[in-house]
Design a protein around this ligand. Structure first.
Ligand SMILES: [Zn+2]
Length: 349
């Protein structure tokens, strides 16, 4: 999710000069976005020119909004795939609100929060805990039910965030609000991610992963899971996408070298990655051609089409592809990632 407004001048040097042909909009696949966060503009989602949107649900209350948008969305007549693909998960910013699956589900709320939250400021933490709701015990069951109801749904947005701080009591959005010093422990984040990854594996769903200052943790977890699954002789690929990836280019080979059954994808946005400058071009260049995806990560429908055109132009520059090639390749990769084969056959952009 993106917390700042986006300024194109920050990344204008990264755009290829070729003009974007209007006919290509319908082939653009936004691999990760939150337009439904802007609840007053839900009607605008259907009017976007971008062909497909992967809608990220980040916590239990959000899942219902995602379902509402998806239930109203149409089927694309070009490829027979739904225009909006749902995704349900618990984001690391909300991980403290749920109980670990293997824990005592009746642990007192205060005890749970004292265990999963840390702060330099003890009184601020104690005060915030008084305002937090009873942590959810049902979330994993609800998540499973949602995934079963929507057979094309993904698991996400889930992940790790070592820098995120909780909002003060009563605040709903990060914009203009000074966060507290309270953080969710990496141990609890790992517990919450692991059970969601296992569920995804169980139901053969792809995962959309948020990762800030925790790339080592992600690599360790994926290596461990790959090992476990190989021992159980699981052959179906487990597809996971690190979205708006901004980590070091150095770790990329280790991620893409993880062997069967784990298959890592990487998705880029101008909203989050635009500020990386030339490092963004280097990152994209190092991602194997069949694993690169594009996204807006916007939390409003306004501007998604432009953001998708811009990230297409950045990928074109990094990969030395034409705009048409970027659209074609990222679309094919997206269909593979979400594990849908277009019923009417492989259309070319
Ligand atoms: Zn996001």
């Amino acid at each position: 999710m993106c917390q700042d407004s986006i300024d194109q001048s920050a990344y204008s040097d990264l755009l290829i000069e070729e003009k974007f042909d209007d006919d290509l909009y319908k082939y653009l696949c936004d691999n990760h976005c939150h337009p439904h966060d802007d609840v007053d503009k839900l009607d605008e989602i259907a009017k976007l020119r971008t062909g497909h949107l992967t809608l990220m649900g980040v916590r239990e209350q959000d899942w219902d909004t995602v379902k509402k948008v998806v239930d109203q969305s149409s089927i694309d007549d070009e490829d027979g795939v739904e225009r909006c693909i749902p995704s349900f998960g618990v984001h690391p910013w909300y991980a403290h609100l749920v109980r670990g699956a293997a824990r005592n589900q009746t642990e007192a709320a205060e005890q749970h929060y004292n265990r999963v939250l840390t702060s330099k400021d003890d009184s601020e933490k104690a005060d915030l805990i008084q305002h937090l709701p009873t942590p959810s015990s049902d979330w994993l069951r609800t998540l499973r039910a949602n995934l079963e109801k929507y057979p094309h749904a993904l698991v996400g947005e889930v992940g790790f965030d070592r820098s995120a701080r909780l909002l003060p009591a009563g605040a709903e959005h990060w914009h203009g609000v000074r966060p507290t010093e309270v953080r969710c422990t990496p141990e609890h984040q790992l517990e919450v991610v692991s059970s969601q990854i296992e569920l995804a594996r169980d139901l053969n769903r792809s995962v959309s992963l948020h990762c800030v200052q925790a790339h080592g943790m992600v690599l360790d977890l994926l290596l461990r899971k790959a090992n476990e699954w190989r021992k159980k002789d699981m052959k179906t690929p487990f597809r996971i996408c690190l979205h708006s990836y901004g980590g070091s280019p150095g770790i990329l080979p280790s991620l893409f070298d993880i062997k069967r059954p784990v298959k890592v994808y990487m998705s880029f946005s101008v909203a989050i990655n635009g500020r990386l400058g030339n490092k963004l071009l280097q990152l994209i260049e190092k991602v194997p051609d069949d694993r690169v995806l594009i996204e807006s990560d916007y939390n409003t429908p306004t501007g998604i089409d432009d953001a998708m055109v811009d990230i297409t132009k950045v990928v074109a520059k990094a990969k030395k592809w034409s705009i048409q090639q970027v659209v074609e390749i990222t679309r094919r990769n997206w269909l593979e990632f979400i594990n849908i084969s277009a019923p009417s056959g492989e259309h070319r952009a």
